[in-house]
Structures are given as C-alpha cells and as structure tokens.
Ligand binder design. Sequence first.
Ligand code: AHR
Length: 498
Amino acid sequence: QKASIIIDKSFTISEVDERLYGSFIEHLGRAVYGGIYEPEHPEADEEGFRKDVMALVKRLNVPIIRYPGGNMVSAYNWEDGVGPREERPRRLELAWRTIETNEMGTNEFVAWSKKVNADVMMAVNLGTRGIDAARNFLEYCNHPGGTYWSDLRKEHGYKNPHNIKVWCLGNEMDGSWQVGHKTAHEYGRLALETGKAMRLVDPDIELVACGSSNTNMPTFPEYEATTLEHTYDVVDYISLHQYYGNRSNDTENYLAKTMDMDHFIKTVIATCDYIKAKKRSKKTINLSFDEWNVWYHSNEQDRQIEPWSIAPPQLEDVYNFEDALLVGSMLMTMLRHADRVKMACMAQLVNVIAPIMTENGGGAWEQTIFYPYMHVSLYGRGVSLQPVVSSPKYDSKDFTDVPYIDSAVVYNEEAEELTVFVLNRHLTDKMTLTIDVRSFEGYQIVEHIVLEHDDLKAVNTLGNQRVKPHSNGDASLTYDGQIEALVNKASWNVIRLK
Ligand code: AHR
C-alpha cells in the first residue's frame, strides 16, 4: 500500500509550548512511596529520592509535573505535608482509600522536581476546602517572606519562594466520585472566587479551571461552558482528561481512538470560543490536557485491594506494544493542536499508569509507552507543522475513514532540525510512504527510529526490554527533495532530518 505526506515550512500550526510534554505524580499507589521516594533503597540519595528513577525521568526530559492529585487533592490538607516529618499526621486518604503518611509533601516534591529539571503544576483542594486554604497555600509557596505563611516556609527550611507558576483549581469536579463533587455552577463560582483571591496573592500565576473528566460525561461540554461563564476573566486554561483502553481486544478500533481525542479537543476549543464571543472578550482560553494515557489493564486487580494500606500497588497497568502505538498517536493529536493545547500531562509518571516502573527495593525500567513519549518530548520542540496526508483509510467499530497513516511534524528552526512522526495503523501491511520535504533544501536524514514488534501484546519487564526502538528504519532522500520510506505494519516511526 502507498501513502504520501506533504510538508512545507510555511504550513505552520504554532510554536509548541514545551509544557505539552508534562507529566503527573499523584499521592496514589506507589507513585511517591516506592516510586520517586524510597529512603531505604540502595539508590536513594541524601533526601531519600531514588536516583535510578530520577535518571529515567531525566531521559524523558519532562518540563512540568502536576502534583499532588488527581482525585487525592480533593480531600487533601496541604498543611499535613509540611514541617518536621515526625510531626506530620497519618490520614485516611479518601480518594483511593489508603493511609497517607505525609512523609513526602510540597517542599520535598519541589526539591525532587528541581533535581529532574521540571517545574511544578500545583493543584489546590476545591473538594473539601476552598478560598482560604488555597490562598494560604499559595502564600506559603510563592510569597518571599515577612508574613505568617511565607515565614513558616522559611522556618521549614525553604528560604526562597518556590515560585510555582501554574495552579489547577481543583480536579475533575464534574465527577460524582470526586470528594466534594460540584455542579458546574457551584464549581464555577468557587473557582472564580478562589482564582480571584489567588491572583491577589500572586498576580503572576497561571490558573487552570476543571473541564470534564472525559468525553463520556453526561455534562460534557456544558460543564466547560458554565464553568467558563463564571471564570473566563480569571483563568488561563481549561483542563481536559482522557484515558483509553482496548477492552474488547479490537486493535483497529483501539488505534483509531485518537479520532475521539481530536474531536474532544475541537469541541473544547469551540466551547471556549463560544464563551469568548458571548462575553465579547479579547482573551483566548487555552487547553491544558493535564491527564491523558491508556488506563484499563489494572482495573480488575484494583478492585481486590484491601482498604487502608500504605502505598499498595494501584493502577499498575503493564503496557504492551499496541498501547505504545496509541500513546504515540495521542501525542501527535495534541501536536496538531499546538495552537491551543499549551500544556499536557501524561498520567502518570512512575508506577501508577506510568512509563516508568519500579520494584520496591529493586530495579526500575521503561514500559513500552516510555519510548514514544521520550521521542516526542526530545524531538518535538519547535514549530508544529501541518502535514498534508494522503493515506488509504479503514472503518472500525466506532470510527469511519480512519487514515492508516497518522502523522505530526515539528520543525526546530534554531537547531535546523525537522522531525516527522508517523504511525502506521495497518496491522498486516507495510506502507510505502513518500514525504515531500522540498522546502527543506539541503537537509539530510539523520535517523529513522522505529518501534515495532510482531506481538501487539508484548510487554517489558525488569531486565527484559522486549519492546524498544531501533534506528534501522528504511528511509532515504531522493535528489528532488522526496523521502521514500518503508513504514512497517503496526509501527511507530521517527524520521529525523538535519
Ligand atoms: O490519574 C488517575 C486518576 O484519574 C486521577 O486521580 C483522576 O483525576 C482521574 O480520574
């Protein structure tokens, strides 16, 4: 089969905000305890952080990490996690029904983030709490000093303000499972008033309002519209969350699910712009896709967990090869909306629905999804260009006209690099792909990275990386500025030019 892509320097979508490659650490399962923090581990540094895990996080070049939840934040008292460790309370953690020891809290997380070169995206509790706790927390984190909360931070050993710029006003407040779940009107009013107070404390912050928890929520997209009616003037972003799974073992349909993601993004953009028009506003609200990934493998196992244990294995999806293909496609979908999707967080980062897995006291390794995430984070910085794709198409259970070839393109003018990301969704046929790169005169192919495997269900385990990329792809540049590439069946490809 044959397909083609036309790429041109002038087909600009937008500069990519590097925060598109963010991730997420929630106080959930073994993300924190046994994941990033394990003081007894042989690889632990002087602050108890696992160096092996930090090394893997650094390979992903993650620019921003959301914290501390997630559902967990909706019943969290941030004060529990600061100050002398021995005085911190143990609490029932209501979202995941575990015991939170609070050994790790805001200050330690900020310190860890610095070590992995990431900024923090902080969430405040708008489930059980509100304006007062949020403004105090912000004062504790960002105010230089001379006030009760900022001086308390200093007393706790953090002289300089953390200067956390991005703040989420709650989490998934549309969901009935959320502690303190709210209607859109209730949430919108609270988010507005909390945001107003927070901006008075620190006018330089950016605020994210909650949107819908997924596209199937009955209140989608009304929840976004009503929330923005209230909060439009005070917030900068609206949040999107979406997880996919292959529950019916229908891979053709599964790999097409990014068409739903694309539709989700377009609907949220339309909703934001409708409110903009209604308000005759000059301001544009952008999108923060701050939870996205595959999540379904561990659902059954999680139903067996004993309540009130400490850091049990929860949401430990073991990802297979086809999941990596979908993750690549999800990243490309966001890249093609780089003009409006400015931030995104792969949910999550370590152990909990994560690209990085660990054993308590043992090793750490890359799951299959680590690789497309790493490729796009490393090579997807610059300007997102609109690829013009001609590809054979198929129909699946839920989608029609699904192109076998899915692509996104990033041009880094400063580094003089062009990267073409390509997914072949065809499960049996390779594709002969012609890519027109005539506007990139003098560029040569540096590398054609491929992630492929004969078994769609192949997984990685500690010490056995069955699914990992190689650089032996088949792509060559002809004299007239065309790339001829062979793109294998069910494969993720990164063609790099310089
Ligand atoms: O990422 C896991 C959970 O998914 C988060 O806590 C919640 O926000 C979402 O439902």
